[in-house]
Design a protein around this ligand. Structure first.
Ligand code: CP
Length: 304
């Protein structure tokens, strides 16, 4: 495998290998060894055509901890603004002897397109509403860390499923590992094809929370929203927002996740997001080890 374009292209064994490799990097990081010399001869370009905090910083840190040389490219400050195409942009970067490209792009399939036109290893850091594979890997890795395993666990993904690359990649990853998955959200934000992925739709949040071991709360993606899709923010929060009172009324303690960035007070209240039930910051922490593992494994393919 030369690229990581989506979870759709992985199997259960690939995920296991990524997790085992991430375990080793996490152990190294926990021993306060911040840098390993594994990728001293590799150059990686992070090219972001959409805003990011967690993914961008986490990839950069992972690359630096592996001792790779790192180029950071932000489309908004580049010659893309003068009309340069994606392929021209990337080929110009590659002519500087870059081995791997980490790309976030607003168009679904942008990474797949690029992988067919340029000679480098491509990692998809989020392509429109399509896939966000490293997010799904770090999410499953965090469930495994918290609950021992992913197989057999009941996970509900709540919110704006229609616009969410996190939802799609999570569904693929969780199903591959044998988890049961439901989605919950406004009818207008649940895509028609969802049940064909082996996922049940639960329209009632309370029933969904009573069923699950883990609730992954998604951000309402206002930037991708057409007004006709969306209930008002107040209606959304009343029906699909999670708060302390609701959690306390369940007869068990469930694990709360969120990929970030959070719309505090919309899909989740602060007293839940910042509580001991929430593993949101563990997800972010695990993102570095997962991205180190993905980059390390792909780089080993470059050398063969
Ligand atoms: N979870 C996630 O992708 O966050 P960013 O958009 O900040 O990278």
């Amino acid at each position: 495998v030369r690229h990581l374009l989506g979870i759709k292209y992985l199997n259960e064994k690939d995920i296991e290998l990524i997790f085992e490799t991430a375990d080793q990097f996490k152990e190294v990081i926990n021993r306060s060894i911040k840098k390993v010399p594994s990728l001293r001869d590799i150059t990686i370009a992070n090219i972001f055509f959409e805003n990011s905090t967690r993914t961008k910083l986490s990839f950069e840190l992972a690359e630096k901890r592996l001792s790779a040389d790192v180029l950071n490219f932000s489309a908004s400050q580049s010659s893309v603004k003068k009309g340069e195409t994606l392929i021209d942009t990337v080929n110009n970067i590659l002519s500087m002897k870059v081995d791997m490209v980490v790309m976030r792009h607003p168009n679904p399939g942008a990474g797949i397109f690029l992988s067919k036109h340029v000679n480098a290893s491509i990692i998809n850091a989020g392509d429109g509403a399509h896939e966000h594979p490293t997010q799904a890997l770090l999410d499953s890795y965090s469930i495994r860390e918290k609950l021992g395993e992913v197989g057999g666990k009941k996970v509900i993904i709540v919110g704006d499923i229609l616009h969410s690359r996190v939802a799609l990649s999570n569904i693929f990853a969780l199903k591959l590992q044998g988890a049961q998955v439901k989605v919950c959200g406004p009818k207008t934000l649940i895509p028609k094809y969802i049940e064909s992925l082996g996922v049940e739709v639960e329209p009632d949040l309370r029933r969904g929370l009573e069923w699950c071991d883990v609730a992954n709360m998604l951000r309402v993606q206002n930037e991708r929203m057409e007004m006709s899709y969306f209930p008002t923010t107040r209606e959304y929060t009343q029906q699909f927002g999670i708060n302390r009172e609701l959690l306390d009324s369940l007869d068990k303690e469930i694990v709360i996740m969120h990929p970030g960035p959070i719309n505090r007070g919309v899909e989740i209240t602060s007293d839940v997001a910042d509580s001991s039930q929430s593993i949101i910051l563990h997800q972010v922490e695990n993102g570095v080890a997962i991205r180190m593992a993905v980059i390390y494994l792909l780089a080993s393919q470059l050398k063969t």
